[in-house]
Write a protein that binds this ligand. Structure first.
Ligand code: PEP
Ligand code: MN
Length: 339
């Protein structure tokens, strides 16, 4: 970081800042300009509290230079990370895989029909929640382990890898024993104990951005998973809360190139939660691929009108199959492919 002194800071105040920097175990380099003096702090200052320096007499401001995240940062790793969910679903390469399926696993028939439709449309993995984070405690909470068993049966028949959400640290081992990829939902984006728990198991993590989490906070939170030794973190932009109410969330597509600039981790877009309305999903899916998304996570239900959760944003099997055709053309236009 750089400590910028006030224009009228005294030599004693500069010396005091230098003392504080040295007490932190860091090195200082004082640059005296014509108008003001700055103290460059040399060394990894990420674990230090910049507030101490900000409060010192004569200090105008403290400017961090290093990102507050380390393993997730682009400068730590030049090549992009590829996360393998299955042979057919590698996220972060030239191919742009599509993860599709219902919001929730509802019944054997519903998930089997969904899996067949996802496969027939040419998608690459099956999503479906067995444990659902619901705003209302009386709403359908998911089938729990029964839902995981149904997902495993759908995988056995179709060969599709399964992506499903985990809500609590105590259920991580259970969900991990069935799933090919664990989803962390938006509401748990900063549930640090849960992030640590998924960081300690071997399956990749589809890690959604919280609805009020800034990009800087999101990448710092991703670090909680990475630092536990799990490199398989797939970031997911699923829309944020804004004043706008024509959509359920505002899908921040500029987050895709921004995350790519700051991090080597792959970025998936969820246009279903990102808009909340079926009518907007296809256009935003194509826009996401054009913006550089490394994958898509799309809700599809065999009978959206009767879906137990998120029917209003779910594509039909036919709409998903049609979308895949146009998505392939968009992918080619931006030097990617959907196979
Ligand atoms: C979901 O994927 O169904 C879900 C609950 O998503 P989010 O956490 O993004 O709201
Ligand atoms: Mn949903």
């Amino acid at each position: 970081m750089i400590v910028v002194m006030q224009p009228d800071a005294t030599p004693t105040q500069v010396d005091h800042v230098v003392d504080l920097v040295r007490e932190m175990g860091l090195k200082d380099h004082v640059i005296r300009g014509t108008d003001l003096t700055v103290v460059a702090v040399i060394g990894d200052d990420r674990k230090k509290d910049k507030g101490t320096l900000e409060q010192a007499p004569g200090v105008d401001r403290v400017v961090p230079i290093l990102h507050p995240y380390k393993i997730a940062a682009r400068e730590t790793k030049k090549e992009r990370t590829r996360v393998k969910i299955s042979d057919a679903c590698v996220i972060g390469g030239t191919a742009v895989p599509v993860i599709a399926g219902p919001c929730s696993v509802e019944s054997e028939q519903q998930i089997m029909e969904s899996a067949r439709a996802v496969k027939a449309a040419g998608c690459h993995a099956l999503r479906g929640g067995a444990f659902k984070p619901r705003t209302n405690p009386y709403a359908f909470q998911g089938l729990g382990e029964e839902g995981l068993k149904l997902l495993a049966a759908a995988r056995a028949e179709t060969g599709l890898a399964i992506v499903t959400e985990v809500l609590t640290p105590t259920e991580v081992d259970l969900v991990s024993s069935y799933a090919d990829c664990l989803q962390i939902g938006a509401r748990n984006c900063q549930n640090f104990k849960l992030l640590e728990a998924v960081g300690k198991q071997p399956k990749p993590v589809l890690y959604k951005r919280g609805m009020s989490t800034t990009i800087e906070e999101y990448l710092q939170a991703a670090e909680y998973i990475l630092v536990q030794g799990n490199p398989g973190v797939i970031l997911c932009e699923r829309g944020i809360r804004t004043f706008e109410d024509h959509t359920r969330n505002t899908l921040s597509l500029s987050a895709v190139p921004e995350l790519h600039l700051r991090s080597h981790l792959p970025v998936v877009v969820d246009p279903s939660h990102g808009t909340g309305y079926t009518r907007l999903v296809a256009d935003m899916s194509r826009a996401a691929v054009a913006a550089g998304a490394d994958g898509l996570a799309i809700e599809m239900h065999p009978d959206p009108e009767h879906a137990m959760t998120d029917g209003a944003q779910s594509l039909t099997p036919t709409a998903l199959a049609e979308l895949m055709i146009s998505l392939k053309r968009v992918a080619l236009a931006v030097d990617r492919k959907i196979v």
